[in-house]
Design a protein around this ligand. Structure first.
Ligand SMILES: NC(=O)c1ccc[n+]([C@@H]2O[C@H](COP(=O)([O-])OP(=O)(O)OC[C@H]3O[C@@H](n4cnc5c(N)ncnc54)[C@H](OP(=O)(O)O)[C@@H]3O)[C@@H](O)[C@H]2O)c1
Length: 267
């Protein structure tokens, strides 16, 4: 059984733990947060154990660092005082390179992961980067953990900011789209409740069609777009008004921000 400790009991830890408890993975979960109440309430919700920093680090064979990027440096300093031999560290912070962890925790197995919040419904699309001290057994543990939370692809560290731009931040783009569709629906005559219902369920259904995996997004789009029909009229506006460029500019800004953060958090 894996003993998985979380340092930082915030949004992402909660999504991952929710996913883990719904999955078939056999694990015990330990939690530490600066604010003990936060760890206690997550622990109560998911039948996990909250404890002191030292207890969580000592008891876990996998330690997941789910704190904000600004708090990683201090955390690494604290962790470097512990014996981490044989433990796997999982690092999820945006904008902090694998090298920063490997310098701070010399010789320790580190897997850098960019998951997303859909971990909570076992549909994360996670990018994993294998550190140089990670054993095959530890790589399998990381793979089991993140495949229990959705799907994953191993990538090189230099690609992780692009992964962040697509899947790490991606859910927020689509939530925004759902919000905007609902807003437009109200302007077109629906009640707020109706518009929200149709926008939300449309995204859910679309995701399920994509999940079937037999057709590409383009094929699915073309299948619902008859020439000169209603969908055709809407898509023409999206394309004429520059949606492709907007999407690219937004994702490039996400990647640039991750690069800036790398500069800020570099040793
Ligand atoms: N949310 C996402 O979709 C997503 C996706 C991919 C990756 N990530 C990464 O996941 C990490 C966590 O994000 P989040 O949204 O879950 O953040 P969050 O909700 O702010 O959670 C972090 C928690 O850790 C606590 N904390 C700070 N320093 C700590 C320390 N030294 N020891 C123990 N606990 C500490 C924070 O307390 P205070 O609030 O009091 O500081 C907070 O409760 C970030 O690095 C982010 O880049 C997030």
């Amino acid at each position: 059984m894996n003993k998985i400790g979380f340092i930082g009991a915030g949004n992402l830890a909660s999504s991952i733990i929710k996913g883990l408890t719904q999955s078939k993975m056999d694990s015990s979960i330990y939690l530490f947060d600066i604010l003990r109440k936060k760890a206690d309430s997550l622990a109560e919700e998911f039948n996990a154990h909250s404890g002191t920093f030292s207890e969580v680090v000592r008891k876990s064979n996998v330690v997941v660092l789910t704190v904000k990027p600004k708090d990683v440096k201090g955390l690494l300093l604290e962790l470097s005082g512990y014996s981490l031999a044989g433990k796997l560290i999982i690092a999820v912070a945006a904008g902090i390179r694998l090298a920063v962890y490997e310098q701070a925790l010399s010789g320790v197995g580190i897997v850098r992961v960019m998951p997303n919040t859909s971990s909570a419904v076992l549909h994360s699309a996670s990018g994993l980067v294998r550190g140089r001290y990670v054993t095959d057994e530890q790589a399998t543990v990381a793979e089991n953990m993140f495949s229990a939370l959705g799907k994953l692809v191993w990538v090189e560290d230099r690609k992780i900011n692009a992964v962040t731009a697509v899947s790490g931040s991606g859910p927020a783009y689509l939530y925004l789209f759902a919000e905007l569709m609902a807003k437009a629906g109200v302007k077109l005559g629906l009640t707020e409740e109706e518009a929200e219902f149709f926008a939300k369920e449309t995204l859910v259904g679309t995701g399920k069609m994509l999940a079937e995996g037999s057709r590409t997004p383009r094929e699915l789009r073309e299948a619902v777009t008859s020439p000169n029909g209603t969908t055709f009229a809407a898509l023409n506006i999206f394309l004429q008004e520059g949606l492709e460029n907007i999407v690219f500019k937004a994702m490039a800004a996400c990647l640039r921000r991750a690069e800036e953060m790398e500069g800020e958090y570099k040793r």
